[in-house]
Design a protein around this ligand. Structure first.
Ligand code: UD1
Ligand code: UDP
Length: 362
């Protein structure tokens, strides 16, 4: 009898992560995957584009939960996921990362005593103001199989008392994704640079979406100020997350931002990786984009006070500047041009997804 895995995704970064594992499961006749999309992200550019570009199978269920407050969104997911689990009775539930979809999936499964496997376990920012930090801690502590991407993540799980036998340091599935998907369609995506009138190393790529930045007027205003200052040095391309668009609109600054930054809609994964690869620097508060900047050897300035990906800061690939206008500009002027060796293997060797599939079925 084949092993039945039920995978739960819902937000943009999870589509990228799940693509790597789903692709390998498809090659196995002894494993069947059922895919559940919670509906946390639903715009074409935040969801469907990833399914088509990364060849992810159409989800068996789309729970259509949509946007709401933290508790309401997570609660709706919990209710709807439980119904699916009762119907499907999977052998294992597989969750990714640290979003509300991750927490709801893990919690619904754990309460039904279905073993939970968590990809990207052990990450900590040590900042419990972030909803993601709560999601990470709870998900790790109710998971049965924990796939840690880095040495630091493994250490943290041991430190928190998780049994060593449950932890597997497999590397990072986003590195697998970068190796497998990023080069495909490069020529198509290079057209994007032409379309935007950009040349390689001749622009800065910025993304902002963390609640701690978008939902605090002072922080958001200061970040916009910093990006505007940078735009006097090089064009700043700014694919705008819908949360951030709304926050900037609320401040009445969208038109001003459009005047100084190259504001574009969120792009698909292929276009994004082209932008990351060819940018002079990446300025972001995204977890995934910090790592991808490293994969593509682009220095990263991070708009946060701390990061789960401490290795990147420790080895000089990433520089934390908070939401400080002056520090954003200073980092671009000094940190970006510093010499660095890009050869470290911080995130495995590109075999994380294969290891995960092997361990899920062993
Ligand atoms: C979520 C995750 C975050 C992750 C991010 C990836 C949580 C707590 N947060 O944050 O960890 O880094 O996804 O992008 O799970 N919206 C749209 N269309 C969409 C999706 C969202 O308009 O397709 C707007 C809605 O106004 C919504 C807001 O964006 O209220 C925020 O969406 P939500 O999924 O709640 O949080 P993210 O900020 O996207
Ligand atoms: N991404 C994308 N288009 C965009 C912005 C991000 O394809 O306009 C990809 C990015 O390359 C990475 C993932 O989305 O693979 C990161 O997601 P996000 O920044 O939304 O969330 P986080 O990683 O912070 O949870």
């Amino acid at each position: 009898m084949s092993l039945k895995i039920l995978t739960i995704v819902g937000a943009r970064p999870q589509f990228v992560k799940a693509a790597t594992v789903s692709r390998l499961i498809k090659e196995r006749t002894d494993i069947a995957e059922r895919l559940v999309h919670t509906g946390q992200h639903y715009d074409y550019g935040m969801s469907d584009v990833f399914f088509s570009e990364l060849d992810i199978p159409t989800p068996h269920y789309n729970l259509g939960v949509g946007s709401a407050s933290q508790g309401r969104q997570t609660g709706e997911m919990l209710i709807r996921i439980e119904d699916v689990l009762l119907k499907e009775s999977p052998d294992r539930v597989l969750v990714y990362g640290d979003t509300n979809s991750t927490l709801a999936g893990a919690l619904a499964a754990a309460k039904l005593r279905i073993p939970v496997a968590h990809v990207e376990a052990g990450l900590r920012s040590f900042n419990r103001v972030m909803p993601e930090e709560i999601n990470r801690i709870i998900t790790d502590h109710i998971s049965d199989l924990l796939f840690a991407p880095t040495v630091g993540a493994t250490r943290q799980l041991i430190h928190e008392g998780i049994p060593a036998a449950a932890i597997h340091q497999v590397g990072d599935v986003m590195f697998d994704a970068a190796l497998y998907y990023a080069g495909r369609g490069e020529s198509h995506s290079l057209l994007l640079l032409d379309k935007l009138g950009l040349r390689s190393e001749g622009f800065i790529l910025a993304t902002v979406h963390r609640a701690e930045n978008t939902d605090c007027v002072d922080r958001l205003s200061s970040i916009i100020g910093g990006l505007t200052d940078l735009s006097e040095l090089l064009p700043v391309v700014f694919p705008l997350h819908p949360r951030t668009r709304r926050a900037i609109e609320r401040l009445g600054l969208l038109e001003a931002v459009r005047q100084s930054l190259l504001v574009i809609e969120p792009v698909g994964y292929r276009d994004m990786t082209i932008l990351e690869k060819h940018a002079k620097a990446v300025v972001t508060d995204s977890g995934g984009v910090q790592k991808e900047a490293f994969f593509f050897r682009t220095p990263c300035i991070t708009l946060r006070d701390e990061t789960e990906w401490g290795e990147l800061v420790e080895y000089g690939y990433n520089c934390l500047v908070g939401a400080d206008r002056e520090r954003i500009v200073a980092a671009f002027k000094s940190f970006v041009s510093a010499a660095r060796c890009w050869d470290r293997e911080l995130f495995g060797t590109g075999t994380a997804a294969a290891e995960i599939v092997r361990l899920l079925s062993s």
